[in-house]
Structures are given as C-alpha cells and as structure tokens.
Design a binder for this molecule. Sequence first.
Ligand SMILES: [Zn+2]
Length: 348
Amino acid sequence: MATTKKRELDLKDFPPGTVTEYTTLVCLACIFDIFTKQLGLAPRTAFSEVKRHAPAIEELTSRQAMRHYFDSDEKSPHCPYCGSAKRWLARFDTYCIEGSKTTDAARRALIKKLPKADDQFLVIEKKSDSRAVFFDWLDTLGRNLDLNDESWLLDATRMYLERRERKTNWDEVFEDLRAVRRSSRLTEGWERDGGRLFLAPQLYSEALLIQYLISRSHAHGGLTLEGRLTLMDMIRRLRYSGYIDQLGITEREPGEVFEKLIDHLASTHEWSGYGTASGSDRGTAGSKREKKKKAIKKTAKKSSKSRKGKSVPPEPESAVTESVKLHYVVDRRDFLEKVKSVYASYAA
Ligand SMILES: [Zn+2]
C-alpha cells in the first residue's frame, strides 16, 4: 500500500500562485452500480467503460461536489451517497496551470515527463479570462487563510506580491516580518526596514484591496491592515491616496469604481500590458477616453522585464479582460488502480 500514497507532481519550477490543486473522490461502487444495475452491463463491460471514464473539469474542480464526486478531509472517508468505505473510493488529483510566459516552459517540461500509458494523465486545455482567473485565485487564497488569525493580512499581502512580481523571492522578504506599512518615501517598489516592509503607495493600496476582497464576505465590510472598511471607506481611502486617479479611473459611482479596480487587479497580473490598462468603455461607447498618464509604473525594482516585440500593450480602448489559457493536468493513477481492484472483487 505504500507505493500508492504520496505521488505528488513536482511543481517547484512553477512560480507561486500559478498552479491550483484540486482533489476529488469518486465512488466506484456508485459508478459500477449505474453500469451494472441501471444499464444492465456485465461487470466486465462495465469495467472497461468505467476505466475510460474521463471526468469533466467542472466535476474535478467544482467547490460544490457534483453527483458521485465529493471532497473529504477525513482520514477514512465514506461515500456520502452509498456509504462505501475507502477501498471503493478513487481519487483524482487535478492541477490547473495558468498559461503564461512565466509557466510555459515549466508546463511543457512537466507534461513531457508524465507517463503516457493507459491515459494515466489527461491534459486538457480550457479558455478562460483574467477576471475569472483572478476570482479563482482569490477564492483559493481565502480558503487557505485563517481569517480568525490576524497574520492572514501579511500572508495575503505576500501572496499578492508573489502573484504580481514572480521573480522576487518573497519568502525571503517576508521572513520574520512583523508589519507592512505604506511608504511615504518610495514612489514604486518596496523596501524592508527591520521587521517592517514598506510598500510604495500604489502597491500598498492594492494590498488593501486584496485584503478587502478576501474578507468582505467573511463579515460586514472587509478587514484590512487599516482595520475594517466598508466599500465606501475603501474607495474614499484609495481616492485620497491618489490611487484611483493614478489608474485613470474617472467613474464616480462607488460600484463602478470598484469594477474598474477589479479589472485592473485582474488584468495586470502579468504586468505586460501594465500602464495602459483600465480602458473598456462599457456602456459609453464612442466616448474617447483621454490617454492614461504614464504615472502608472512598474513595481519591484528587480523587474526590468522589457516588453517583447510581439506583446504590444493593448490600446486603451480595447477590452480589459485578457484571455487566459488554463491547462489542466488530471492524475488518473489512483483511479485506474482502484478500478482494477474493485473489478477484481466484483468478478470474484
Ligand atoms: Zn457510493
């Protein structure tokens, strides 16, 4: 039994925050029942049908379990539908890799190394967009943080910075860190001073926004490094700090401003089109938007990522939402083994 246990994929070449892992269990007793009882197939036929089973991505990654699929943190889980014990339960591990220049090489190398026989792994591509990816990222982040322990504010800040500036070793920057503050000196980037990390105002504003977004459903308003803020508080603060003007957001209505802020956070994670952003004139077609000031700068000092010829930054008028390709790698190894052993006991 030892060999079937820990067989995690090696993901160390992927920048933090670019791979999301999902684990889902499926009950083979339930599945075999469908094939043998409902569809009247002989066990042998059922076996070969089940073996081919390629679950849909939604079934593997949905936060709400779908029929026959379920999540369990228990050591000895049971099927919630028929009560079957562990040996009937097969596990799918699904890795969702965000397609981008920073993950392409690592992804190709990973996929190349995967065993090919018997479809032990499936690789599935799906189109998504920056906004959906951003909310998934936020959702995963929220689930992994303990919002009752205040240190989550620092963790959330670190994860945001990791997402935004992938080349910096943030673990090192955050080691023994006690506080994160707004810098009154820096205009971009960050600096560590003793136990404190100072962020340029724009970065700091974004950290607050992320904290707000993570915690706003947890309680009234959202919890941030500056205390609990309602949406109005948040926007007032960002306006006062100059952040909203810096992004060229001209809307006044808080809900609209908020939407623009989210577009900005979501679309700039690669920072390749950074500096042009926020332009979609939804609903106000035709109204020419003044060119964004160059005020928006790149952040961390080490990032000297020069724009490569082909990725021309979008025109201010073009849609904000960028399309993103998601690459799902589904590990079917446990499933195939369990199907085999379950069949053996069926046929006996
Ligand atoms: Zn079951």
